[in-house]
Design a protein around this ligand. Structure first.
Ligand code: TYD
Length: 226
């Protein structure tokens, strides 16, 4: 499946709009797989490395609302390149399971579908800079922009300064992001599985496990480092 042959581990990504519950599912999956005895690395984009944390502050800041889409893309790709080369590939090469909260499909949904950067630009930079590593399996937690906006609005009332520039975007922006993810799954149905995210977390998790379990490598008991 992968153009890059990097070892025996497994690369899982969680994708979706804001407020779709990716982090909750990542946490549950991390714990579940570790309990089974798998060595797991649970990570995220942007910000899965020290350098990525610094880039995350720049790209997410409300002070940078005037950032042009191409700059935004380049920052996410800088974060991804560092993340893939210094963390994801080494972990997979050691036979670990990597779970990433967001990866390249987010760039396709946000920077291409919602912001309008051409797809060939994304493809070129992803292949040339970030190595073009394709996840083994991707779960898109699908949520309607209406539900997402409600969750975001609720948080903005309880914690007014907490919203990122993306969360402040209009409903039309979130609609494009959602359509982007659905389009990605239509084009790569074997890899990208859409799970309705307006369900209880346990139900969502059960659906993820049904798909994931047959793909899991044999456990190496006792080795649970992350
Ligand atoms: P984050 O706080 O991680 O939010 P969430 O909990 O919704 O994942 O914020 C990441 C933000 O960055 C999110 O709004 C999506 C955006 N993003 C992109 O626009 N392009 C990308 O390539 C990535 C990885 C994220």
């Amino acid at each position: 499946m992968n153009s890059v042959d990097i070892g025996t581990g497994l690369f899982i990504t969680l994708e979706g709009g804001e407020g779709s519950g990716k982090t909750t599912q990542g946490e549950m999956l991390n714990r579940y797989l570790q309990d089974l005895g798998h060595p797991v690395v649970w990570t995220k984009e942007p910000g899965g490395t020290d350098i990525g944390q610094a880039l995350r502050k720049v790209v997410m800041s409300n002070r940078h609302r005037d950032m042009v889409p191409e700059t935004e893309l380049l920052i996410y790709l800088a974060d991804r390149t560092q993340h893939v080369k210094s963390k994801i590939i080494p972990a997979i090469a050691e036979g670990k399971i990597v779970i990433s909260d967001r990866y390249h499909d987010s760039s396709v949904a946000y920077q291409h579908f919602a912001r309008g950067v051409p797809m060939d630009t994304l493809d070129f930079l992803f292949q040339r800079l970030a190595g073009g590593l394709v996840p083994d399996i991707t779960f898109v937690l699908d949520i309607s922009p209406e539900t997402a906006m409600k969750r975001i609005e609720k948080r903005s009332i309880s914690d007014p300064g907490s919203l990122s520039k993306f969360e402040e975007e209009a409903r039309s922006f979130h609609r494009k992001v959602r359509q982007g993810f659905l389009d990605i799954s239509r084009k790569a149905p074997g890899r990208v599985k859409v799970i309705p995210a307006d369900q209880a977390p346990d139900k969502i998790f059960g659906q993820i496990l049904d798909i994931l379990t047959p793909l899991l490598p044999p456990t190496t008991s006792g080795d649970t480092n992350s």
